[in-house]
Design a binder for this molecule. Structure first.
Ligand code: OFO
Length: 164
């Protein structure tokens, strides 16, 4: 049976994951509007990944005999001042999500909820990747600043992202 405090905390995390999906969908729309189809494609796959994260939490709650109650998802920003600003916001958001996951691990430790701690280990690792991917793109976009050709090359490269 799931620990009630963990059940409530994971319910909140499901909302965070759905918001992540919503945010990246919004960023994808922003890039689409700029005719940067590769960046938009990357954001579309990122949206799918976030939905998979929400589902993974959802499945765990039910596997442990708990219940999921979905709550309102806040509206994401729809405009950024530049493609770089959008990816900087994505990186910042991933750091926030890492913080949320770390708090869940701390709760699992406090409650001696070993099953949840083991389950959360996957997300701890995933966040290392999530932060590294977003930050890697930010750093390369900074190098590409002022060189539209380099941005278009990145657009082509991000357009080749496959499902991981
Ligand atoms: Fe982007 O890792 Fe979930 O939210």
């Amino acid at each position: 049976m799931i620990n009630p405090k963990m059940e409530a905390a994971i319910n909140k995390q499901i909302n965070e994951e759905l918001y992540s999906a919503y945010l990246y969908a919004s960023m994808g729309n922003y890039f689409e509007g700029m005719n940067l189809g590769g960046f938009a494609h990357w954001m579309r796959l990122q949206t799918d990944e976030e939905l998979a994260h929400a589902r993974k939490f959802r499945d765990y709650v039910y596997e442990r005999g708990g219940k999921v109650v979905l709550s309102e998802i806040k509206a994401p920003q729809s405009e950024w001042k530049s493609p770089l600003a959008a990816f900087e916001a994505a990186y910042k958001h991933e750091c926030h999500i890492s913080d949320c996951i770390n708090k869940l691990v701390t709760l699992a430790e406090k409650e001696s909820d070993h099953a949840s701690k083991v389950f959360l280990a996957w997300f701890v690792e995933e966040q290392v990747e999530e932060e590294a991917h977003a930050d890697g793109i930010v750093q390369r976009m900074k190098l590409a600043q002022g060189a539209p050709g380099a941005l278009l090359m990145m657009d082509r490269e991000l357009g080749a992202r496959g499902v991981s």
